[in-house]
Ligand binder design. Structure first.
Ligand code: SF4
Length: 107
C-alpha cells in the first residue's frame, strides 16, 4: 500500500522528521499495523500548508490531493506533531473526500 505523511508546517521549521522516518523504517507505532502482506511504501512526505491555509479552497493543497491520487497513495498518516492540530478533522475530511484513508499519528 502506498502511504504518505503530512506534518505540521510550524513544527517542520525545526524538525527533520527523524522520529517519523525511524518509526516507518522500523514498522513501529502507527506503522506497526503494516505487515509483509500489506507493506507500506512511503510515497510522499509534506507539510500541511500552514495555519493560514484555507483547506477547502487552497490551490496548493488541492494540488497535493491530486498528486496523492495520481501517485496512487491510499492512506495519509497525519504526523504526531499535526495530529493534535485543532483543524485536524478538516484535514481528515479533505482526504476522505478524495477517497484517501487517514491514520492519526506516526511515532
Ligand atoms: S494548521 Fe495545524 S498542522 Fe498545520 S501548521 Fe497550523 S497547527 Fe500545524
Amino acid at each position: 500500500m502506498k502511504i504518505a505523511i503530512m506534518n505540521c508546517m510550524n513544527t517542520s521549521r525545526s524538525c527533520v522528521a527523524a522520529a517519523c522516518f525511524r518509526a516507518y523504517a522500523a514498522g513501529t507505532n502507527a506503522f506497526a499495523a503494516y505487515g509483509e502482506d500489506d507493506r507500506a511504501q512511503l510515497a510522499g512526505f509534506f507539510p500541511c500548508g500552514g495555519c493560514d491555509m484555507v483547506i477547502e479552497s487552497d490551490e496548493g493543497f488541492a494540488k497535493k490531493l491530486d498528486k496523492l491520487k495520481t501517485e496512487g497513495v491510499q492512506r495519509v498518516h497525519i504526523s504526531k506533531c499535526a495530529s493534535g492540530c485543532k483543524r485536524v478533522q478538516d484535514f481528515v475530511k479533505a482526504y476522505e473526500g478524495k477517497g484517501i484513508e487517514v491514520v492519526l499519528g506516526t511515532h
